[in-house]
Design a binder for this molecule. Structure first.
Ligand code: SF4
Ligand code: SF4
Length: 119
């Protein structure tokens, strides 16, 4: 597999899901890290990224043009759900959910990559 990160030319998941997470991941809580000013309260336990709670969705932290060139402006401090969607599984197979979402904006399926064989 090349070093190219397929997410950098995709970003569709950042406009598809409501990005909700435990409220204390916000940086207004002790140990929190997600910029709280970019979130909104959902209830006593959960908050979500602004822009992701209504349709059309687009997380307020997403920069760029979906399907062409995008970036997460809070990448190092993105919330848990953004860290939990694997593009590839350990066996080198692409995540079918990614391919499903990518297809909605005309992007091709992700290539499978072969892991080096153990000697
Ligand atoms: S849908 Fe998959 S490939 Fe596209 S940005 Fe999200 S994680 Fe990356
Ligand atoms: S925080 Fe970053 S990775 Fe998560 S949905 Fe927003 S732009 Fe995408």
């Amino acid at each position: 597999m090349s070093d190219h990160n397929p997410c950098m030319s995709c970003g569709i998941c950042c406009t598809h899901f409501r990005i909700s997470f435990y409220w204390a991941e916000g940086d207004d809580a002790p140990g929190g890290f997600v910029p709280a000013h970019m979130t909104e309260k959902l209830n006593g336990h959960l908050r979500c990224m602004q822009g992701s709670n209504s349709v059309p969705r687009r997380c307020s932290a997403l920069a760029g043009e979906v399907g062409r060139a995008v970036a997460c402006t809070i990448y190092d401090n993105r919330p848990t759900p953004c860290r939990e969607l694997p593009v590839y599984f350990d066996d080198g197979a692409p995540n079918p959910k990614c391919d499903e979402l990518r297809a909605t904006i005309g992007l091709p399926p992700l290539p499978r990559f072969d892991l080096p064989r153990a000697a």
